[in-house]
Design a protein around this ligand. Structure first.
Ligand SMILES: Nc1nc2c(c(=O)[nH]1)N[C@H]1C(S)=C(S)[C@@H](COP(=O)(O)OP(=O)(O)OC[C@H]3O[C@@H](n4cnc5c(N)ncnc54)[C@H](O)[C@@H]3O)O[C@H]1N2
Ligand code: MOO
Length: 423
């Protein structure tokens, strides 16, 4: 008979914990976009997921045009090794009709963005031109070659080209591109309906009295804050008691009205943890318990057509599992194609001993070292109950299951926090 040892930071007493990549593969395989398509004006499209490719109705630029305020010329009229003086024969401003006759042997006063007159192929910026006779003539430097300071038609975008791909989560620059190619509206996925609630008899909302043994509910605020950056409408269903009936009833009521229900707390193994049981009674659990730190008790399931996400109660575990699992799920259901968090390689500036065989996500700050390089640092303890560890961080460093720890100079994979959490 072997002697059972006390488990500190365990991988679970016997139970198999699913590795994170396996859980993400299930999400990839099983979850498909659920949102309907709606057409919205550009200002409402920001942050939404594009439901169809956008093709350019016009080339950008539509015509060859000047990159500078100055004088348009024909390179053939210019001396290669000497200054050239030309009469100013016409004027072309952006958005205005051409004034005068842009004849060969003359220069055209031109402004940034104005179309190049036919046959003119170079622009001298006005700082390099000497204006003579009150602007009737201009002396231009030697060596002006065809093409200088001219923007070519279609050099940015060709008419008919796909400029934005379906599945893109629209950023300011994407909306700018849509506008530039003439789109006033875009087809986007309807916002996902997401319900959020917390579980735990010990929880009170800030502003309420705090009886002995109680704490304020931080997780609902964290979840709503992180959801604020996603294409969703959120229903806040408040705090549920540690009571199986109440949890089951709340889930049964919320599920038909929402695409996703996210809970925090009550998914671990204690007899006060009722969330998983309620989901099993109403639907099915897809996975429960991951080889992940923090976040081991995270659960994914279904209640009817609704996706259920049970995030662990420790606040840092809630935040980490939201970023690693809930956020990609929500983006995927919303039709986005690029759903994985971005990862960057950054050298570590600290020593850290990793315990256990879970994939661990520690909170790091990105700082500038003395030699000017960006490095990852840790400032505080890493317990999953320590909210200051996320407050003082810019992102998560990912330590693979079999990694013994971190030494200064080691390369780390860092996931920066998304916008609503970034500093
Ligand atoms: N015997 C075991 N105990 C625990 C295990 C385990 O494997 N065996 N796992 C631990 C891990 S890891 C985590 S994470 C937690 C998660 O448990 P639950 O999801 O059931 O969460 P609760 O027990 O309800 O709460 C855990 C912790 O977090 C606090 N909490 C909960 N909700 C909130 C909230 N909305 N705002 C702020 N803080 C919250 C709660 O008071 C507890 O302190 O289980 C471990 N236990
Ligand atoms: O380690 Mo638990 O997984 O989040 O606190």
């Amino acid at each position: 008979m072997g002697v059972r040892r006390l488990i500190d930071d365990c991988c679970g007493a016997g139970a198999r914990l699913m590795p994170l990549p396996e859980a993400l593969a299930i999400i990839d395989r099983d979850l498909v976009p659920v949102t309907a398509v709606e057409h919205v004006p550009l200002w409402a499209a920001l942050g939404r997921v594009l439901a169809d490719d956008v093709t350019a109705a016009v080339s950008l630029p539509p015509l060859p045009n000047s990159a500078m305020d100055g004088y348009a010329v024909r390179a053939a009229d210019m001396a290669a090794d000497a200054e050239t003086t030309l009469p100013v024969v016409a004027r072309q401003a952006a958005g205005q009709p051409l004034e005068g006759e842009p004849a060969p042997g003359g220069a055209v006063r031109i402004f940034t963005g104005a179309p190049m007159p036919d046959g003119f192929d170079a622009v001298v910026m006005q700082e390099e031109a000497e204006v003579l006779d009150d602007g009737a003539r201009v002396r231009l430097p030697a060596g002006v070659r065809a093409g200088v300071n001219v923007r070519h038609a279609g050099e940015d975008v060709r008419e008919g080209a796909v400029v934005l791909r379906r599945g893109t989560r629209l950023r300011a620059q994407d909306v700018a591109m849509a506008a530039a190619v003439g789109r006033a509206e875009l087809p986007v996925g309807a916002p996902l309906r997401v319900a959020v609630f917390s579980t735990g008899d010990e929880l009170r909302d800030p502003g309420e009295a705090l009886p002995h043994g109680c704490i304020y509910d931080a997780n609902r605020q964290a979840l709503k804050g992180m959801l604020a950056g996603l294409p969703v409408v959120v229903t806040d269903l408040g705090i549920l008691p540690d009571d199986p009936e109440a949890v089951r009833e709340a889930l049964a009521r919320a599920a038909p009205e929402h695409d996703v229900v996210v809970t925090s707390g009550g998914v671990s193994v204690g007899e006060e943890d009722h969330v998983r049981g309620a989901v099993e009674a109403l639907g099915a659990i897809t996975f429960w318990r991951l080889r992940l730190k923090p976040g081991k008790p995270a659960a994914l399931g279904r209640i009817g057509e609704t996706v259920f996400l049970g995030l662990p109660g420790n606040p840092v575990a809630t935040i980490v599992t939201f970023l690693l699992i809930a956020r990609p799920i929500i983006l995927r259901l919303a039709g986005a194609t690029d759903v994985a968090p971005r990862r960057f390689q950054v050298p570590a500036d600290f020593h850290f001993e990793k315990k256990g065989g879970r994939r661990e996500f520690i909170r790091v700050q990105l700082a500038t070292a003395e030699d000017g390089r960006t490095v990852a640092r840790t400032l505080t303890g890493q317990g999953s109950h320590l909210i200051s560890s996320v407050v003082n961080a810019h992102g998560l460093a990912e330590l693979e299951e079999d990694r013994p720890g971190v030494e200064p100079g080691d390369m780390l994979t860092v996931i920066p926090f998304p916008d609503t959490m970034a500093g």
